[in-house]
Design a protein around this ligand. Structure first.
Ligand SMILES: C[S@@+](CC[C@H](N)C(=O)[O-])C[C@H]1O[C@@H](n2cnc3c(N)ncnc32)[C@H](O)[C@@H]1O
Length: 365
């Protein structure tokens, strides 16, 4: 990929290294980081290095009457944002919409006035949600202007936000379709809740887990989001109990189970730490589950102490991590009495130093 903002934009910082070399470099970095663990060969899973992001956020830059999209500067360039001409990491639906949307907004004072940020979310079917974020008082009177935008961009649903307030003009979700091992799964994704940014890598992560986790019985899942992994994984297990802190994500996950006709999943909105206490408390919520297999996909902070102790009580663990530092810390506990059966690096974030990993740990008993 080439980009006129390489060297200035804080998003893609590995611009001096060809894409395939980036993968080798990241693999070597992981090998070095995890050298004290008995890990198998790291599988490197990658996809397109252009037009791969299904969601993105851009600040707005003004020069006279003109608006530009902007990104935060590279650390070396100091604080603040820089205007960008285009962004090639967003998927084609977002990429094609960006310039046309901005030139329409430019023509309308009410839409333009103190517009601070635009967020995009797209689906594989070309549906989009655009969120306009303002640094001023906005009221329902903006509806007329949004209606005009909507006439022009028929596949887009618009949301307007200003501090603490949100106006939804159509709907605040879209339906994503993923083909996993030849079967289509449908997912409702609600705006401003977590969704995997890289659609193709997401599909490959789910397929990797299904292929490598050769487990039977029931499954407990922490940090389940909208049921992204839960729904296809539920076909391998007898019963699944999946939890997540965000009630909106749980609402989407419950909807998604029905949409995909999965009847063996129970979703609960609670924090991982809260859920972890249920076992000690002999909670009826866990009655009837064999607590042998656990799947976790935590945020960058990894597991808190309580949740780590809980996860460590399972025989088999599937761990998806977006932060190798906290993964390493957690494996110091979790890999003590288990074998690391599979280790993958998924390149969710080409041109950045971020690394997503998948680890399957099985009991040595
Ligand atoms: C990396 S995302 C993974 C979501 C899901 N597995 C997926 O593939 O879309 C992490 C999820 O953990 C949730 N989360 C964050 N902190 C949490 C906590 N303390 N307890 C439970 N869930 C939490 C977030 O809302 C988010 O949905």
């Amino acid at each position: 990929m080439t980009c006129s903002s390489f060297g200035k934009c804080g998003s893609c910082v590995l611009y001096e290294i060809p894409y395939i070399k980036q993968l080798e470099m990241k693999k070597e970095k992981l090998k070095e980081m995890f050298k004290d663990f008995n890990i198998p060969e790291i599988e490197v899973i990658y996809d397109k290095d252009e037009h791969f992001r299904a969601r993105a956020e851009f600040r707005i830059w003004r020069e006279g009457d003109k608006l530009f999209y902007a990104m935060r500067k590279r650390k070396e360039e100091g604080r603040g944002v820089i205007p960008i001409q285009e962004c090639k990491i967003v998927d084609k639906a977002i990429y094609n919409l960006m310039p046309d949307l901005l030139s329409e907004i430019e023509k309308n004072e009410n839409l333009k006035n103190r517009l601070y940020e635009i967020d995009f979310l797209s689906s594989s079917l070309g549906e989009l949600i655009v969120t306009l974020i303002y640094h001023r008082k906005v009221d329902e009177s903006i509806a007329e202007d949004i209606k005009k935008l909507k006439e022009k961009f028929t596949k887009v649903d618009f949301i307007v936000r200003k501090k603490g307030r949100k106006y939804i003009f159509d709907k605040n979700y879209l339906i994503e379709e993923l083909e996993i091992n030849g079967k289509i799964y449908k997912y409702k994704i609600i705006e401003n809740t977590f969704s995997q940014p890289n659609r193709n890598i997401n599909k490959k992560m789910i397929e990797w887990v299904l292929k490598n986790a050769d487990l039977k019985g029931d499954l407990v899942e922490l940090y389940c989001g909208n049921g992204n992994f839960t729904i296809p994984m539920s076909e391998k297990f007898n019963k699944v109990i999946a939890t997540e802190i965000n009630p909106e994500s749980i609402q989407a996950a419950t909807f998604n189970a029905e949409l995909n006709n999965r009847k063996n999943i129970t979703f609960l909105a609670m924090s991982a730490a809260e859920f972890s206490s249920l076992k000690k408390e002999n909670s009826p919520l866990l009655a009837g589950y064999d607590l042998k297999n656990v799947f976790i996909d935590p945020p960058r902070a990894g597991l808190d102490d309580k949740s780590r102790r809980f996860v460590n009580s399972f025989e088999n663990i599937i761990y998806i991590s977006c932060n190798p530092e906290t993964l390493k810390r957690d494996l110091e506990t979790l890999a003590k009495k288990r074998k690391i059966k599979a280790f993958a690096f998924f390149d969710q974030f080409p041109y950045t130093n971020h690394m997503e990993c998948g680890v399957i740990l099985e009991s040595e008993k």
